[in-house]
Design a protein around this ligand. Sequence first.
Ligand code: ADP
Ligand code: ZN
Ligand code: ZN
Length: 813
Amino acid sequence: MATDRSYIEIAIALPVHQTFTYGVPEHLLPLVSEGKRVLVPFGQHRVTGYILGTSENQTRKEIKHILDVLDEEPLFPSPMIPFFKWISDYYIHPIGEVIKAALPGGINLYDAVSLAITQQGERMMNEKTLSPVENQILALLKSGRCMAKNLCKKLDRDIPKSLLHTLEVKGLISSRRELKGRATKSCKEEYVSFIRSDIPMDRFFARRKNILDVIESEVEISLKNLKNRVTGSIGLIKYLKKEAYINIFEKEVYRDPFGEPIKSDHAPFLTTDQTRVTSTLVSSLGQGFHTFLLAGVTGSGKTEVYMQAAAEAMNQGYSVLVLVPEIALISQMERRFRARFGECVAVLHSRLSAGERYDQWIRILQKKAPIVIGARSAIFAPLEHIGFIIVDEEHDTSYKQESKFRYNARDLAVVRGKFEHGQVVLGSATPSVQSYYNVKEKKFIELNLKKRVNKQPLPEITVVDLRKNRDKRGSQRFITKPLYEAMKETLDRGEQVLLFLNRRGFAGFPICAECGEALKCKNCDISLTLHRKANAYKCHFCGYSRPSVSSCTICGSTKITLLGLGTEKIEAAVKSLFPSARVDRMDHDTTTRKGSILRILKRLRNQDIDILIGTQMIAKGHDFPNITLVGIVCADLSLNFPDFRAGERTFQLLSQVAGRAGRGTAPGKVIMQTYNPDHFSIRSAKDQDFKTFYNKEITDRKTLYYPPFSRLIQLKISGKDKEKTRLFSEEIGHLCATLRKTEKSFAKSVEVLGPIEAPIFRIAKHYRWQILLKGLNVRTLHRYVRRLLFENTLQSRNRDVRLGIDVDPFFML
Ligand code: ADP
Ligand code: ZN
Ligand code: ZN
């Protein structure tokens, strides 16, 4: 930070788009630095702000002063500030809220500092040089350690942080960070090893010999394990310790997601292909920013490439960030990185408790963990000097955050890489159309891993035309003969089957048999789905549920028939077709409880499940060698979504699911059932031919002028009051049109589609409207939206109607 720190730029953690200049009182000057939080007066309130730097604002009139500095150490490194500013600008989201979202929730260092009096403090107590407050503080601390936040309460007055800082600088008190309420995942365990092994064998010979043998064979063994293996050894261990035969020490143990200790491993020799890719990556370190698209079929050794590239980057003093789309996969990635790198790995994701996340954050800040693995929000990890940012399964839509602060972590990886002059590696077996287009445009560099490491062939895929089955009755309609037979053969061989269907519940659409009316959610514009287990119809968007004995809301008839199918129905059918098989289901309904995904995966790995039925949850990354058959019950479900990426998603999903088959030594087989065997997404998934898919898809996008040939910003308007929401949407629509008319540059370059009712008009009691802005140039689009938002006083803009801005939207329903 520049030398004149008396005026600083602050981002306020409130929905305001600009930053503010505040003055710094003399006594707080030494505490001020970028990345710390401050307490500032704002209107009638005191709010938290973040120090971004010295202020360049020249007008010094009516400037308010900060009240306090809240952190001892910065919460993020200063090179992240331009990154935050870029994000705020690009996603048109208030900067203070961007930073707040980036930081781990629940941090409050101020609260977590505990204070104690020093010896010098005790000597100095009651000296004239100290103020009455200072003496009060010392007196309180003399009676015992105290948390800083409780100090104010106990003394019943405001104690500015700066005062405590002064006392600490004078050496009268000391402070310590206390981290409460945390249960770190990596835990310590007691281990035993020999100091000398000449244990006297005079008494309890058998037991002593036993202990000797066990420790000798294991070199180091956990105390718990030793006690288990040698019964009645507790007293003896105590004795051996006392006589200095054995050493008991603490050791950090890492556990895999299944709760088992992770054994460390060694890097294997890379294949020729992997060597080529890894050396390209490594040799680009320090050569400026690049983005690589690593296309490699599942099992081609991408993760091994990530790890060896990361090792080299760390050797050269760089840090490494690895993004993984979801929790179950993080555990898998974490396990492999921990086995290789041990404690230099930190993880960040939403399933950690606030305390755990805070802990990880601090370890990263303190440079104790140069490797960070995490879900999308880990893109904000406070790393410095980043060598690689790796985005695994880069095509995955869960990198896009859909609520409030809408960002795409995959895209931000490229932005952050650029700021850091680092290397960005986007890896996938099925790259996104967007990324592959960037390769063609020479923005990204393509790298390929074409073969599976252990030379397993890719699974053989058979397409079964469901239209030929239309007249079949019962379960034969969706478990066709070829699928049934393949399942039977697989089970007979003692191997496992995965059945995939992208819809949960029992059946797709309950409709009234008398009048044909669909049973819909009362909050959303969506058909309900029958859930047998819960004995109810449920809404998949808001969770609304109605008892299964419901009658038609239009004609009152109780004759409800079910159209379509869901995972629960498949489960029932499979259980009756294969009564002796162990069948389980993995979807949103069976995995709401913490740890349930891992429990199912663990049973699958231990081969306690013969047939697993699931939604897209089972499609991703998992590696189970005994699964040799994958059945795709109906490949078409994602095809008919009113969304320009529907074809792309279908292709990716089907290829990913198919990739689950045959990961071990036995060859894999896939049966893909579909009503559209000729659709190009399905045909290219069958042939596992990304290039053909891409060529057709990119031509369609160009014709329809969709991304990557245009850029989109969607305005999402929603409110509980139907009429108010409509009026507000129309008002914005009107402003959009006026803005295009008044400025010529917009008329040509910005297309306004809407306002229209969203395809799903109502979700969770909110009526939804949308306006789609389409343009060639993203800067023009941004300028347009900013003019729209900031230069208009939107009349009916009030608490009743929300306006969300979605730059590069994904979910357009
Ligand atoms: P991907 O990430 O592309 O799916 P992985 O890196 O998981 O591929 O590799 C697939 C399997 O092959 C893993 O079990 C991995 O341990 C193993 N493997 C990868 N590279 C090598 C290698 N060079 N030598 C031996 N085994 C390897
Ligand atoms: Zn609903
Ligand atoms: Zn009816």
